[in-house]
Ligand binder design. Sequence first.
Ligand code: 3HC
Ligand code: NAI
Length: 692
Amino acid sequence: MAAINAVTDLSVEGDIGVVTLDSPPVNALSALVRQGLKAAFEAAIADPAVKAIVLICAGRTFIAGADISEFGKPPVEPSLQAVQQVIETSPKPVVAAIHGTALGGGLETALVAHYRVAVPSAKAGLPEVNIGLLPGAGGTQRLPRIVGVEKALEMVTSGQHVSAKAALAMGLFDELVEEGGLREGALAYARTVLAERRPLKKVRDLDAKVEAARGRPEIFAEFRKANARKFRGFLAPERNIQCIEAAVNLPFDEGLKVEHGLFLELMAGSQSAAQRHVFFAERQAARIPDVPEDTPTLPIRKVGVIGAGTMGGGIAMNFLNAGVPVTIIEAKQENLDRGVGVIRRNYEATAKKGRLTEDEVERRMGLLTPSLRLEDLADCDLIIEAVFELMAIKQEVFGRLDQIAKPGAILASNTSYLDIDVIAAATGRPESVIGLHFFSPANVMRLLEVVRGARTDKTVIATAMRLGKTIGKVAVLVGNGHGFVGNRMLAERQREAQKLILEGAMPWDVDRVLYDFGLPMGPFAMSDLAGLDIGWDPTQSSSSTVREVLCEMDRRGQKTGAGFYDYDENRVARPSPIVEQVILDFAAKAQIERRRIDDQEILERCLYPMVNEGARILEEGKAIRASDIDVVWINGYGWPVYRGGPMFWGELEGLGKILERMRQFQAALGDDFKPSALLERLVTEGKGFKDA
Ligand code: 3HC
Ligand code: NAI
């Protein structure tokens, strides 16, 4: 075995040259990898003893793509295209041997090999769209030539990985070899290619599949239409589609040029920068400075959930999905039956869509034990409380849990706002108490805010973070404080939205501006969906807010057919003249002089105070880093990923500009706009949140 460089080896076995890449963690195509690959292939091609070449990777995976950490930096030779050129024009057959994930530039490298073999557990995909890009090394031109236009469109715009079996069926892989036997299997395959004198199959020369789509622009029009909602606001899906169109309509090399141009355009834009930021931010969130990676964790074999309402049911499903048995507790039989019924219906709806087998539904339901007795939680390793948001009830539940739970069990609360330390004080074991704040719907939303109490043990924190991963969530550690990170910042936006409608805007103006910004819906549409009467008490209602007035009129949201909007029988919202009048009357009564408010002010008023509050959260040490706040907002509140989260976006807007506007608003409207000390300091020092 000859070392080509620090990450590449070339060995010769009989008449086969084997190029092995070993660049942990994922064999990304860094400059060193590209240099090694090019040199190794050149050496193998030059070696007369070598008749065919196998490309294989060491470690957990085949090449998982270009090295994303190199993006935005000056390019280093050789380019990936130069490496591909050597492989594709090799006069000796090249076989790519794939395990793990062949992604992005990794799959594009495999696509210039003449043949591809893989183990059954391997996956392939072009996920560039997820970081605001398109496959920039020929992927958009070669993929449709193998799998056809429809499948290629689906793959490049969804970024989804396909299984080895599916890849084989599509022709993306030529053969599957035994699991664990990739090297031997690939060598055997290469020998067969030689023995049978198979041709040097170049994907670029295939034409039948793209020809089939030529002169049929409706394929693209329909695809765009069908996905318009999903792609809203994103640049990259459209650019990916344009590349596939180029593959269909242009000669290969011309198509490559289109791909290259659009790739550079996306790479230079703010959307890709934002999405790359999020990629690394989500991985960074797992790192906690004073809870090192080797901190011991506790085994979680059995989970208890208290409360089978909106949240408890969804929380339980996360564990059932991961194969962890759950005991769910309610105070009354009817509530228990209702809660368990909702879980079952959710699974059955998924099964109906073909995404779960009936057996799997039963298997998951079989892991669920409903009970009315808290004592049944005695053998649980983790107990999550999701009862009403009232401190007295939470304390009572935790006091009882202290008597019932086994020593060392983690006692968690799903509280949205309440003080974890006060809850912990109801037990004699505050070190075992932590906040596990899920987001609604809890079986769907990816965010898990892990709330650290003053005395929470590091083992408990490490276990909670690991658990997040087990159940497919992005866990972010946050400090204790009213509303933690997400809801605390949300409160800023909600307050301004309410003020804006009294000062001159209408709910649909505010909603439109935030929807156009990229959020899934504005605050008033959200209220209508959730129900205006959450936390509303008819016996105490005194028409003191617009919301109270609407509740008193039985306009309690979508469920009553009316809220801030009117709804037709299909739940389509329309601006409501009644609400408009309510708002005008309310403003008049409160002696607020209404004025014209433009869209820019709506946006600044709703979002700048959030960035400012984020800065305050950082200042108080309630979030470890600004990028954690971005992860919270993207995964818990639908902040558009192409805007990178509120803190990333704030820097893009310019912290100086935000500070200036906050000062102007403060002078005109009061201390809701008081700039945070951190924001002031960063602007004075010309720094960003990374330096906070
Ligand atoms: N570049 C640089 N670093 C990468 C990387 C990449 N393409 N892919 C993964 N990493 C790093 C991660 O940052 C992480 O580093 P850390 O341990 O220091 O945090 C480490 O590799 C392990 O990654 P994960 O924690 O994500 O490990 P998993 O096992 O959960 O997932 C994976 C592995 C499926 C490969 C996943 O990392 C992934 O999806 N990676 C991104 C793949 C991708 O987007 N490829 C396309 C890149 S763009 C491109 O190729 C352009 C081309 O068309 C020209
Ligand atoms: P919910 O009202 O839908 O469910 C609460 C359930 O707890 C009810 O079914 C009730 O019967 C049961 N319950 C009350 N006291 C109990 C007791 N002593 N023992 C057993 N069961 C008891 O409320 P929801 O929305 O599920 O909220 C639960 C918790 O989750 C609250 O703390 C809330 O702040 C929090 N939360 C809510 C979110 C939401 O969007 N609804 C989001 C994130 C957190």
